[in-house]
Ligand binder design. Structure first.
Ligand code: CP
Length: 307
């Protein structure tokens, strides 16, 4: 039995197969309508979510399976003090696979140690968000035709943004990847990402605070929101929340074939006037999230690809 807790749980070859499967699902959706008949997905969300929870549920429904779960800690027995370990023992009796989002880093890892069904990390605190990374990889590969030889700009809250941490972890395994890390001083990537991931893998990167200056060299611009829920005081959040606002003027500085990604939700960091730009790929990205989660559920449940 396999879990997905960290993007590195899958080799690049396995990720390539998974993205190929997601690509086939995108183009042949009806073919997959019954491959998970009789299977159940539990969504255990201790933190708010729109995309991740609902795209997981849509994914399982598209595969012919069923879904159950809770959308907040308050509506589960966590509110009465039940541990993650006990909860997953119970869920293992009710479902075949589960996706868990939790504010505590490592909670899905703990769950996997007590689970008899595959556990998918759907975001743990400011740590990792591997299924967002699979979504991002599918989006980049679909739009650019490759996952290597790209200059990727990551902009915004690089300190608390778990999607950024997971994406960096995943992309350093491909050749010719350069990062431009664009953030205010207080929201730079954590030291462990710089030393244990970027430096250790001899990745070319620079840390800057000026988005305009970075725009012309980027193949992908990955915007992120400032993560209000991870701040210790509101004053800091208010001071930093509008550090970057991508608008039409800034888009004039970008390459014609540069794409903008964003894990969403967006707050102010991308002006709505940018949505009409053909390079704005963040809503397509959310759609890719359904296909890649379908592929992931099939892979972890060891469901055969239909002919
Ligand atoms: N991208 C993402 O994780 O969105 P949600 O918080 O809405 O799930």
């Amino acid at each position: 039995m396999r879990h997905l807790l960290n993007p590195l749980d899958f080799s690049t070859e396995e990720i390539s197969h998974l993205l190929d499967l997601a690509n086939d699902i995108e183009h042949n959706l009806p073919k997959y309508a019954h491959v998970c008949d009789g299977k159940k997905l539990a969504t255990l969300f201790y933190e708010p979510s729109t995309r991740t929870r609902l795209s997981f549920e849509a994914a399982m429904l598209n595969l012919g399976g069923s879904v159950l779960g809770f959308a907040s800690a308050d509506s589960s027995s966590a509110a009465k003090g039940e541990s993650v370990a006990d909860t997953i023992r119970i869920i293992s009796c009710y479902a075949d696979i589960c996706a868990m989002r939790h504010p505590k880093e490592g909670a899905p890892l703990v769950a996997s140690q007590f689970s008899s069904i595959p556990v998918i990390n759907a975001g743990d605190g400011g740590h990792q968000h591997p299924t967002q990374t699979l979504t991002d990889l599918l989006t980049i590969r679909s739009l650019k035709g490759r996952l290597d030889n790209l200059t990727i700009g990551l902009c915004g809250d690089l300190k608390f943004g778990r999607t950024v941490h997971s994406l960096i972890n995943a992309l350093v395994r491909y050749t010719g990847i350069r990062f431009v890390l664009i953030s205010p001083q207080e929201l730079k990537v954590p030291d462990y990402i710089r030393t244990d991931v970027l430096d250790k893998n001899h990745i070319e990167y620079k840390e800057v605070d000026n988005l305009d200056a970075a725009m012309p060299e980027l193949d992908i611009l990955y915007m992120t929101r400032v993560q209000k829920e991870r701040f210790f005081n509101e004053e800091d959040y208010i001071r930093l929340k509008d550090s970057y606002i991508l608008d039409k003027q800034k888009m004039k500085l970008a390459k014609e074939d540069m794409y903008i990604l964003h894990p969403l939700p967006r707050v102010n960091e991308i002006s709505v006037e940018v949505d009409k730009d053909p390079r704005a790929a963040y809503f397509r990205q959310a759609q890719y999230g359904v296909y890649v989660r379908m592929a992931l559920i099939m892979t972890l449940l060891e469901v055969e690809k239909p002919c």
